[in-house]
Structures are given as C-alpha cells and as structure tokens.
Write a protein that binds this ligand. Sequence first.
Ligand SMILES: [Zn+2]
Length: 320
Amino acid sequence: MVPLQQVTVGMLAGVIALVLFSTADAQHGSWGYTGDSGPSTWATNFPNFCNGQKQSPIDVSTKTATQKSFQPLNFKGFDTPPADAQMRIKNNGHAIQVDLLSKTGKTDNYQISGGGLPGTYNVLQFHFHWGSEHTINGKRYDAEMHVVTYNAKYPSASEAAKVSPDGFAVLSVLLEATSKTANPGMQNIVSQLSNVQNKGMNYTYPTSFSINSLFPADKANYWRYMGSLTTPKCNEVVVWTIFKTSLKISQAQANALKTSCYFNPAGDQEQQPLNNNYRPTQPLNGRTVFDSSNTSGVPQLAPTVLALFIALLSSTALQL
Ligand SMILES: [Zn+2]
C-alpha cells in the first residue's frame, strides 16, 4: 500500500502539472480556421514549421507540372477490410476523421507502396476538409479527403513526423458535388455525422467498410510533390499524391458535411459550424510538381523522331 499522504502529494503535483500544460496549450497550442487562431496566425504561433518553405496545400498548375512515370501504386486492405479492422469516426474539433484501428494491435492492416513512394507506408486515418485544401489551376473543389500514412520503417507515426522528408505520405482525393445520386462510399461518412456533431464525439462502426469506396476508379493518374502537414505544426515530412480524377458526390452529401457538425464541444455557448476547415494555398518556392503522366498504351515520340519533326517544322517556316 502507498501511504495516503504520498498519494495526495503525488496527485496534487499531477493536477498542477496538468493545469500548467493546459494553460501553455491554450496560449501556444490552440489553432483553428477562424479569427484569432486562424491560418494567418499559424506561421507566428507555430514557427516550427508553419512558416517553412515547403508548406502545403498548394495550387497545382497543370501546365507547369513536370511529367514523370511512376511504378503503379499498391494498396493493401483498401478493397476488403482486414478481419481485425475497426473503424472509428470522430469529430476532433478541426475535421471529421476516421481512425483505422486493429482489434489485435496490428499497424500494417492498411498499407500503400510503389508509385515512387520511398518505402511502404502504414495507413493511420482519413479525414475531410471542405472546401478542398489543394486547388487545381485555381479551382477549389467542394471537399478533399486526406488518407494519412507513415513510413513503416519508423517505429511510430510520432517518430516519422520528426524526420524529413519521407516520414509521411498523404493521398488526396478531391470531392466534387456533381452527382445526382448519393455516393455510396461517402454515405458511410454522411450517415454517421449525427453521431459526431460536437468536438470530442466518436462512434465505432459495427462493421468496417471498404476504403476503396471513397476513391475514384482511376488511381494511376495523379500529381506528386513534397510538402507538409496542412495543420500545425505543419511538419515538412509529406510525400503528397493528389489524384486527378475527383470523387463525385451529391449536393445533399456536400451540404451535410457543411452543416452537420461543430468546431466546439457540446454545450459551448458560441457554437460554430464546422465549415471551411481548409488552409489557404502556400507558395511553391521552386518545388517541382510531378504529373504521373500515365501514358501506358500511348506511343511516345522517340527523341530522334521529335528532332526530325522540329527540323521539318523549321524548314517549312523558312520557306514561308
Ligand atoms: Zn488534412
């Protein structure tokens, strides 16, 4: 038995420590998408790393992207949920997120590899921003899904977040409210929004669903660049993959995302609808954006043929 006095002192120290950390957290650790804690304050409040040179999201300019061929991306666990998989949807006060858990503590249930990724990555969770964080030629989509993964060569996600630049890989699916019918994959999310209305609420799915149902059929064409987490502390450790084909959802589904949940805990006096939870695009600062240019089946002009073609064009021009 531990003496009562010792327990009391220990508990008191614990409470003091908690209060101190909470205060520190309130001053320096809180962030959001509006007002005093909005994205324009992140670079000041989180100088490591939100004011860095390789930040995300970005605007993808399709004309200036550099074409590059990658090996096919490999997806493990995306089609059929692994036997011990458990999915938990939650409102974390910034977004609606689905954690991919394992009843037996596995970390490799869901994995991605190939596609030019520097290793095999374990999938942690996916979440949604609305509108989209990345823009394409200045166009903002209705929403964007991020599938967050960390490099399996590191013992944990927090260890992977410390190193650069291969610690994390994030898959991005742009969502577009152009479908007349509800997207079945997205309905798995929308149907549970009432269970995660307020910050801190969560709900465990009785049965897991296929992550692939939230992806477009074409996963071979994408943009690739090196960037950061899009939320503080904005660690510059992310290999980004943005699929070119958007997922089509219905307007009703997009509206449900925008109106069903709140940034605040239940009972908060100033309930703010969880909406526009995206960071504005960040400067490219000379980074290259690659276009996966999946040209399989399309014949490529050999350099010599191309040179002849240019020479022919030049001689034609001279004759004019
Ligand atoms: Zn995100």
